[in-house]
Design a protein around this ligand. Sequence first.
Ligand code: HEC
Length: 184
Amino acid sequence: MRLVLVALLCLVACGGAPMSTFDGGPATVSMPDGGSLTWTPGQYSLDLITEAQTWRQVLPATYPGTGGHSGQRVRVLFNALAAPTYDSMTEPVQFQVGSVIAKAVVAAEATPLDQATRYYFMRKEPAGWDTASNDWSWGVANRSGTTWTYSTMGRSSLCTGCHQADARWDFARTVQVFRTQTPP
Ligand code: HEC
């Protein structure tokens, strides 16, 4: 009886947060290939730039990107957790935790991914990480010579501010482009 009371008191005093709410620790999810993915929410490693080049690429190479990338091209890449959501035609779109989408900015149609000058990332963090952004975190990596540096990492009202226009597509603007516009 006493134990039950302590447990109940703790539920109230400790916030009684559901298990799925972000508690500040690392996150782990199972991958479709049987492996697992572990990361620190809001943190972006430079390895991600190499990994992203092996992900599922969408949008044709001729697609110029919507604004902000004048004279350049963008490639959008979905990791193994995000790709099935992109492929499905269900609505509303809801990406699962651990989904990562990358956008590489390249100089021209023929420029390979390893020659990109910038990578944008968005990763679906555990529930409760940032309700304003639908729990997406953001990252921007810029190349100078052979050195990559992140200029944005974590929460960003700038990124959220624009991406929230596509709430119907879980803030993933490429999904909106693909489903509602004539394929470029
Ligand atoms: C002015 C509006 C705008 C802002 C601000 C913006 N984005 Fe985007 N983003 C887009 C659009 C539109 C696309 C779809 C691809 C395209 O047309 O370039 C996109 C695509 C992406 C993608 C590919 C996945 C997807 O949603 O389609 C990522 C990743 C991304 N942006 C990250 C970021 C990050 C990180 C920031 C903040 C530094 C940011 N974006 C700020 C408009 C914006």
